[in-house]
Design a protein around this ligand. Structure first.
Ligand SMILES: [Zn+2]
Length: 359
């Protein structure tokens, strides 16, 4: 290679670096890539892939996610669906959103966890995971050495909760639950946190909001995904929209619209959030559990108001004998009620919420 040719090559190389810098600078504003699991997502791009949950004793899984890393700076919001694998509208809402989001115009970063509990989705199971019979939303923050549900929780804690600024845990009535839409506002006593999460609830747009002061403050046994985020200083809410394993459009759209409104609240997309103007606050709630195995016969519809002591349903055993009658523990609204026959000892039958009087 002659000296002139060599110089020319160096010139072109330097020119390339300069040109590439201009392009990269325009696309990213000097913004860093977003790292999660083994993925590195460039600013202004969107990637769908899996977070791996390593095998132990031959059992492992993966978690399908999409990262939308906006070209502009902003909040990192995690949207988690499918903690319970039979809760479909939130799952379908996130796949729909994936098609509509534009990383070029998004400010901040979205982590869409499409199906957090893939084993339970694949086996069409309510409440539990198929390999360990654990409820994923009771084992947070999880453990690297634990059962599969505990290891899924661990990956979600390390890779999703710890890397986000705020989070929505999207649920609905499980495959057996007739449920009206509501949100849980987890109240901690920290004014700044409680203000942020209250605003998130109002922006999501669901009218019934449960004021939830019952969550544990134990970091090592925080149980719920949303609570785990809140205890780590990340504002989080839990939403419920959808019921009985249905995939009705109304429930899906309620999830999509709630998320879009929240994106506006967080200034990740343009526009104003649709804040609920007339929320119905639920200041006390109780889940009534079954004492026996058998068949449950509900006699109150979801969303109905009941008086204290009013009969809500009864249970017969497998031979047809009346075993249990269920009554409302206090006056309020039926937030959800089991609408399929199986009743299992220690499992929920219905949840009643007391409506807070207007101030
Ligand atoms: Zn759920």
């Amino acid at each position: 290679m002659g000296i002139t040719q060599h110089r020319r090559r160096i010139f072109f190389f330097l020119f390339f670096l300069w040109w590439d810098g201009i392009l990269f600078g325009q696309a990213s504003g000097g913004r860093e890539p977003f790292s999660i699991g083994t993925l590195k997502v460039a600013p202004g791009t969107m990637v769908s892939d899996f977070l791996q949950v390593p095998e132990r004793e031959g059992v492992g899984t993966s978690i399908p996610i999409t990262v939308v890393h906006g070209a502009k700076e902003g909040k990192i919001l995690a949207l988690v669906a499918g903690i319970h694998g039979y809760e479909y509208p939130p799952i379908l809402a996130l796949y729909r959103l994936r098609n509509d989001l534009d990383p070029k115009t998004l400010a901040g970063t979205l982590v869409l966890v499409h199906i957090a509990n893939l084993p339970s989705f694949q086996k069409r199971m309510i409440y539990y995971g198929p390999s360990d019979w654990k409820n994923l939303n009771r084992v947070f923050p999880g453990s690297q050495e634990g059962t599969l549900s505990q290891r899924i929780a661990y990956v979600l804690t390390e890779e999703v909760i710890k890397k986000c600024d705020c989070l929505i845990d999207l649920h609905c009535g499980d495959g057996n639950e007739a449920l009206i839409p509501y949100a849980y506002w987890m109240v901690t006593g920290d004014k700044k946190m409680d203000g942020a999460t209250r605003e998130m609830c109002l922006a999501f747009g669901i009218k019934h909001i449960v004021i939830d002061e019952t969550k544990t403050k134990d970091l090592a046994d925080s149980k719920y995904l949303g609570n785990t985020a809140v205890l780590r200083g990340k504002p989080a809410i839990t939403t419920e929209s959808g019921y009985l394993g249905h995939t009705d459009e109304e429930s899906i759209v309620r999830n999509v619209n709630g998320i879009l409104s929240l994106l506006r609240l967080l200034k990740m997309i343009d526009g104003k959030p649709d804040l609920i103007v007339d929320p119905i606050w639920i200041d006390k709630y109780e889940v009534v559990y079954s004492k026996t195995d058998g068949l449950f016969f509900p006699q109150i519809k979801m969303g109905s108001y009941v008086k204290q002591g009013q009969k809500v349903g009864h249970i017969i055993d497998y031979l047809g004998n009346l075993k249990e009658e269920l009554f409302a523990p206090f006056s309020g609204i039926i937030l959800y009620i089991i609408n399929t026959p199986p009743a299992g000892q220690g499992e929920p039958l219905f949840e009643v919420g007391r409506v807070k009087p207007a101030e």
